[in-house]
Every structure is written in structure tokens, then in C-alpha cells.
Write a protein that binds this ligand. Structure first.
Ligand code: FES
Length: 118
């Protein structure tokens, strides 16, 4: 594993997730309350890019599609596909894939970039 540039710090706005790619790996990068987080870029449910409309709140990232939520600090699953509630479509499509945690990656700032250890 080595440190790789993921995205320029200047391209990030606090609490707004962005997509980045390193080689074949797709990542979601976000600055939240002064900390920089890097996770697997695609939602673990049905692979929606979390940098496109993902919401960061209370230390978690929520996918805009069916609102699967993971903790940013450790990637642990908080809620799996709860949306929409009526009809209970979210719960149904939630069963289409196995519940998973979100892989997370170590970050640091260097040379104007958020770097990710990957
Ligand atoms: S694709 Fe993200 S919650 Fe369904």
C-alpha cells in the first residue's frame, strides 16, 4: 500500500462528497468537520456513485438512491436500503444484495492534495 493523490483539496467543499479514481479504483472523498474521509466510491447496495448526491450528516454518508447509510469513521453499516417506505420497495430491493460495510481508506493532506493510502 502506498499514498496516492486522490483529489485537490481546493476542489472539496465541506460536507459535499466528490468522486475520485485512482487506477481502476473508484473512491468517494469528503471533508467533514475538518477531517478528510475516503471510502469505496460505489454504494454497497446497488453501486450508485456516492459522490453524486450522497448526503453527509451526523458522521455518516447516505446514498441518494435507497438511503443506505454507513458511518464515515469505520465504514460500518448503519441502515440498509430503507427508502422508499411506501410501498415497501426499499426493503424489497434491499434484499437484492447482501448487507455490507463500506471499505474506508486512510487519508492525509500533502502538496495540495488529499492523498489516500491504497
Ligand atoms: S444504490 Fe445506494 S441505497 Fe440503493
Amino acid at each position: 500500500m502506498r499514498w496516492r493523490d486522490a483529489i485537490r483539496i481546493s476542489k472539496l467543499k465541506s460536507g459535499k462528497p466528490r468522486m475520485a479514481t485512482i487506477g481502476l479504483k473508484t473512491l468517494m472523498i469528503v471533508e467533514y468537520e475538518g477531517d478528510y474521509h475516503a471510502t469505496e466510491g460505489l454504494c454497497r447496495h446497488m453501486r450508485w456513485p456516492l459522490g453524486l448526491g450522497g448526503k453527509v450528516k451526523d458522521g455518516c454518508i447516505t446514498c441518494p438512491l435507497h438511503q443506505t447509510t454507513h458511518d464515515l469513521s469505520d465504514g460500518c453499516l448503519v441502515e440498509w436500503s430503507p427508502f422508499p417506505l411506501f410501498p415497501p420497495y426499499g426493503k424489497l430491493v434491499g434484499k437484492l444484495s447482501k448487507k455490507k460495510d463500506l471499505p474506508i481508506y486512510e487519508t492525509r493532506l500533502k502538496g495540495g492534495f488529499v492523498q489516500v493510502r491504497i
